[in-house]
Design a protein around this ligand. Structure first.
Ligand SMILES: C[S@@+](CC[C@H](N)C(=O)[O-])C[C@H]1O[C@@H](n2cnc3c(N)ncnc32)[C@H](O)[C@@H]1O
Length: 321
């Protein structure tokens, strides 16, 4: 490098250091870390191979997930999404949940051993089957959080984020606060090297998403919103990746994966859910919800309306270049 170019570079650096901070200006320059066109995403999706001859891609096995995960090969899973049973006396039928009991499918499995033991056992299976850069999103109510955190530590998984899913609805209470949030632990095998696609400039750790109610349709006792599960998939996997859900329930993970050009493998102990799961998954069209990440961002015109001051600065800087 010549002295002239060195001086130019120093001047540039000084100039950028002296530029004032303009709130929200970064929104105008933001680009997702990784992105794929629909064609590329579809190609990746259609070329994924099953990790084992025992496991068909996009299938659910009706068995205990601990037994099932033991059959999975080492480092075969790109992302885990797990919403385990609560381990409290919850059958999803109580009238406080404001649902028609006749539509809740029987057989929702609670744990018979202590919740701590159960949690430790299933979490211990994850590190072996997760690929080195993969992540696990584990859902938990606050009552079981201690066991999940302890189980993750015992399994040697590192907690990257402690997300809160806030839903604007809760069980009516007389003498305490209404619980209207869920915890989602983002766990990784290696906190120095993991896959994370920053698809938003400022992805906060509180997600406000309404709970989904399937009025008039048969359902398992609990169901996560598709939006919450899709966010986990979007931030922590690539098209064609294999997503494992050890506790399939209504199949939200399977549906979200299929709609977004991801593959899935899952376990569910309750055989009675088979027809419901088949219907849900058959009704989902592969890739239907997939939109390249840069196309999901607000346009410059939309941003200009929300952040007029930052927009003026953006235009000024663009002219300078
Ligand atoms: C909280 S629900 C999952 C709901 C799901 N995330 C959804 O959105 O529909 C937990 C599910 O785990 C199942 N389950 C409980 N113990 C299990 C085990 N050992 N192996 C596999 N599935 C199990 C239950 O039958 C139940 O359907």
């Amino acid at each position: 490098m010549t002295t002239d170019t060195n001086q130019e570079k120093k001047k540039e650096q000084k100039k950028s250091r002296t530029k004032p901070y303009i709130p929200n200006l970064a929104e105008f320059y933001f680009k997702p870390t990784y992105d794929w066109s629909r064609e590329d995403a579809k190609r990746l999706y259609s070329t994924t191979k099953s990790p084992s001859s025992k496991f068909e891609l996009d299938s659910i096995r009706f068995e205990d997930c601990v037994m099932g995960m033991k059959q999975l090969p080492d480092e075969s899973i790109d992302l885990v999404i797990a919403d385990p049973p609560f381990g409290i006396a919850f059958d999803g039928k109580s009238s406080v949940y404001n649902r028609d009991e006749r539509l809740v499918i029987e057989g929702y499995e609670e744990t018979s051993e202590s919740y701590h033991k159960f949690t430790t056992r299933w979490l211990a299976e994850l590190p072996r089957i997760m690929k080195p850069e993969s992540s696990a999103y584990v859902f938990s109510g606050w009552t079981n959080l201690d066991d999940i955190l302890q189980g993750a530590r015992d399994a040697g998984l590192a907690t990257l984020n402690h997300l809160i899913w806030h839903y604007p609805f809760g069980v009516y209470t007389k003498k305490r606060f209404v619980t209207s949030h869920y915890h989602i632990m983002l766990l990784v095998k290696n906190p120095r090297k993991y896959f994370f696609n920053k698809i938003e400039n400022y992805p906060e750790d509180v997600w406000s998403v309404k709970r989904q109610y399937r009025t008039g349709l048969a359902k398992n006792a609990t169901k996560l919103p598709l939006e919450v599960v899709s966010r986990c998939i979007d931030f922590s996997s690539k098209p064609g990746d294999i997503v494992l859900d050890p506790f399939m329930g209504n199949g939200t993970t399977a549906v979200a994966a299929k709609l977004n050009f991801r593959r899935f493998i899952g376990f569910e102990i309750n055989e009675k859910l088979r027809p419901l799961l088949d219907n849900e998954i058959d009704a989902a069209i592969s890739g239907e919800s997939y939109i390249p990440y840069s196309e999901r961002l607000a346009t410059i015109e939309e941003l200009a309306k929300i952040y007029p001051k930052a927009y003026r600065e953006y235009i000024r800087r663009e002219k300078e270049i």
